[in-house]
Design a protein around this ligand. Sequence first.
Ligand code: HEC
Ligand code: HEC
Ligand code: HEC
Ligand code: HEC
Ligand code: HEC
Length: 160
Amino acid sequence: MLTALWLVALMLAFQQDHSQTAPVQPLPYSHKTHLAIGLKCADCHTNPDPGDRMEFPDTATCMACHATIAKDNPAIQKLSEFAKSKQPIPWVRVYVVSAAVYWNHRSHLEAQVKCEACHGAVARMDVMANVTNVTTMAGCVDCHQQRKAGTGCAFCHEEK
Ligand code: HEC
Ligand code: HEC
Ligand code: HEC
Ligand code: HEC
Ligand code: HEC
C-alpha cells in the first residue's frame, strides 16, 4: 500500500505542468536590454556563502545608472521611489524548488554548469519566464544522468 502511494506521488511529480510562466513584476525590468549594454550576470546576481542562493541586485545597483539614465520614464520614476523608500523591490519569484529538496547553486557553478542550461536564453528575454523544467524532479534527474551526477533518492532528498 505504501509503495503504491509512493509511486502515485512520483508519477504526479513527473507529470508537472511545464508551461512557461512569466509573472507580472513590479517594474518592467528587461534582461535583454541590460545584457545588450554589456552587463554580466555577476554584476547583479552574487552567490554569497553558503552558496544556496543567488542574490537579487540592490536598488542602489540600478540607481548607479538610473539616477541619470531614462529618469523621465515612468518605470524609472517608480524605481527611484523604491530606492527612496529603502524597501527592496518585491520581485515575484520565477524559479522555485520545493523546500523539501536539497539544492545549492554554488556546487553547480563549480561543476561549470552554465546559467543558461537551467534558465534558458536569458539575454533574449524582455520578460523573465520559467522556460525550462529545472524546478521539477525530471529536470534535475535528466541532467544528472547525462552528467553522471548522483541519481539516488537520498542525493536530493536528504539534508547534507
Ligand atoms: C542589471 C541587473 C541584472 C543583470 C545584469 C542580470 N539580472 Fe537576472 N534579474 C535581475 C532582476 C532585477 C531580476 C528580478 C526581475 C525579473 O525576474 O525579471 C532578475 C531575475 C532573474 C532570474 C529569475 C529568478 C527567480 O527565480 O525569480 C534569473 C533566473 C536571472 N535573473 C538570471 C540571470 C542571468 C543568467 C543573467 C546573466 C545572463 C542575469 N540574470 C543578469 C537583474 C539582473
Ligand atoms: C549599467 C547601467 C544600468 C544599470 C546598472 C541598470 N540599468 Fe536599467 N537601463 C539602462 C539603459 C541604458 C536602459 C535603456 C534606456 C532607454 O532605452 O532609454 C535601461 C532601461 C531600463 C528600464 C526601462 C525599460 C523600458 O523599456 O521601459 C527599466 C524599467 C530599467 N532599466 C530598470 C532597471 C533596474 C530595475 C535595474 C537594477 C536591477 C537597472 N535598470 C539597472 C541602464 C542600466
Ligand atoms: C543546475 C541548474 C542551475 C544553474 C546552473 C543556475 N541556476 Fe539559478 N536557479 C536554479 C534553481 C533550481 C532555482 C530555484 C532555487 C530555489 O527555489 O531555491 C534557481 C534560482 C535562481 C534565482 C532566484 C534566487 C534563488 O537563488 O533562489 C536567481 C536570481 C538565479 N537562479 C540566477 C542564476 C544565475 C545568474 C546563474 C548563473 C551564474 C544560475 N542561476 C545558475 C537552477 C540553476
Ligand atoms: C544542467 C545540469 C544539471 C541540472 C539541471 C541539475 N544538476 Fe545537480 N548537479 C549537476 C552536476 C554536473 C553536478 C556535480 C556533480 C559532481 O561534482 O560530481 C551536480 C551536483 C548536484 C548535487 C551534489 C552537490 C551538492 O550540492 O551537494 C546535488 C545535491 C544536486 N546536484 C541537486 C540538484 C537538484 C535538486 C536539481 C534540480 C532542482 C539539480 N541538481 C539540477 C548538474 C545538474
Ligand atoms: C537530482 C535530484 C533528485 C533526485 C536524485 C531525486 N529527486 Fe525526487 N524530487 C526532486 C525535486 C526537485 C522534486 C520537487 C519537484 C517539484 O516540486 O515539482 C522532487 C519530488 C519528489 C517527490 C514528490 C513529492 C515532493 O516532495 O514534492 C517524490 C515522491 C520524489 N521526489 C521521490 C524520489 C525518489 C523515490 C527518488 C529516487 C528514485 C528521487 N525522488 C530522486 C529531485 C530529485
